[in-house]
Design a protein. Structure first.
Length: 118
């Protein structure tokens, strides 16, 4: 093999590896962003549901239904309901090892004086 052929082969192999790592990074960023939207929406829906019904315990139930694989914490302080949803997102690490990253979503809603309960 000539020197130019070897250089071309090295460039192709190196370029392929760089493209593979870049694609993995893009997929990882997309998974984390999607998980962030998912937990934020679950927390927001749960907080609004609890605020409209006046029952903060319903917040945890609604969030657990929307994000069953996530850890849900809800509490009430005064006339506000707080909901936090935490989801561990699986990331692909070096040599095929699985790493996880916690993604948090939280929401606050004021309990409505005009409750939606019959």
């Amino acid at each position: 093999m000539t020197e130019r052929g070897t250089a071309l082969l090295e460039t192709l192999v190196f370029g392929f590896l760089v493209a593979l790592l870049a694609a993995q990074g893009i997929v990882t960023i997309g998974r984390v962003a999607a998980a962030g939207e998912h937990v934020s929406a679950a927390a927001r829906t749960a907080a609004v549901t609890a605020a409209r019904t006046g029952d903060p315990s319903q917040a945890a139930a609604v969030a657990a239904e929307l994000a069953p694989e996530a850890a849900v914490t809800s509490w009430q302080s005064g006339d506000e309901v707080y909901v936090e949803v935490v989801l561990d997102v699986a990331l692909f690490g070096p040599a095929g090892t699985a790493l996880t990253m916690p993604v948090r979503g939280s929401a606050t809603a004021t309990i409505s004086p005009y409750l939606s309960v019959p």
